[in-house]
Design a protein. Sequence first.
Length: 132
Amino acid sequence: MCDSDASLTELLLGHHSISDIGASALAEALKVNRTLTALELQNNSIGDAGASAVAVASKVNRTLLMLWLPFNSIGDAGASALAEALKVNRTLKMLVLSNNSIGEAGVQALRSSVRSGCELFVSAVAQHWLLH
């Protein structure tokens, strides 16, 4: 995901057991990448630390439009970090966080940060929210 690779626009890495360590490494690359528009990281055992690293990268990345993080282990802390990133990032249009461990506190943080034009799908326990 370097600046010189103008051809990479989608990275699909679901089901690879990336964990927080891999998510953090990807986040470092996201900070400097200028071509990636879609990143899919579903079912990778990513927890709050990995989600927080991706959130920090999302604050400076200006090309990512879609971020898929369903079926991981993200809780309220990771959701809150992503919510803070949404307040700064104006390019992300879709954030998928279904089937994680996000509770009401994380959902409230996400609700408060979602802006018009951004779709956010969150599933916590058996409840689903579509926030606009």
